[in-house]
Write a protein that binds this ligand. Structure first.
Ligand SMILES: [Zn+2]
Ligand SMILES: [Zn+2]
Length: 93
């Protein structure tokens, strides 16, 4: 008998559960520019179908260009998972 598909909240990959994101990753002085995370809409977590699997495109980071884009500009959300970092995820809204 197949089990019911279950979804549970998981930490958002794009903001690592903070619910906000910054234009610059390292900018303590740029906190005024913080804004709600575009992947989870500021909730810090997303609903993921169980068993939860990280997105293979971004390895759960929810962003591409990691390590390349820390000096300026914004991280681009992973297109595959919409920045959430998980497969079969949807925002908690
Ligand atoms: Zn988020
Ligand atoms: Zn992804």
């Amino acid at each position: 008998m197949p089990q019911t598909v279950e979804s549970r909240p998981q930490t958002c990959g794009f903001c690592d559960g903070r619910g906000v994101t910054w234009k610059k990753d390292r900018a303590a002085s740029d906190q005024d520019e913080s804004r709600a995370c575009p992947a989870c809409f500021g909730r810090g977590c997303v609903l993921v179908r169980q068993p939860a699997q990280v997105c293979p495109d971004c390895n759960g980071w929810g962003r591409i260009g990691r390590g390349l884009d820390t000096t300026g500009g914004e991280f681009q959300p992973c297109e595959e998972c919409g920045g959430m970092g998980w497969q079969d995820a949807m925002p908690l809204v």
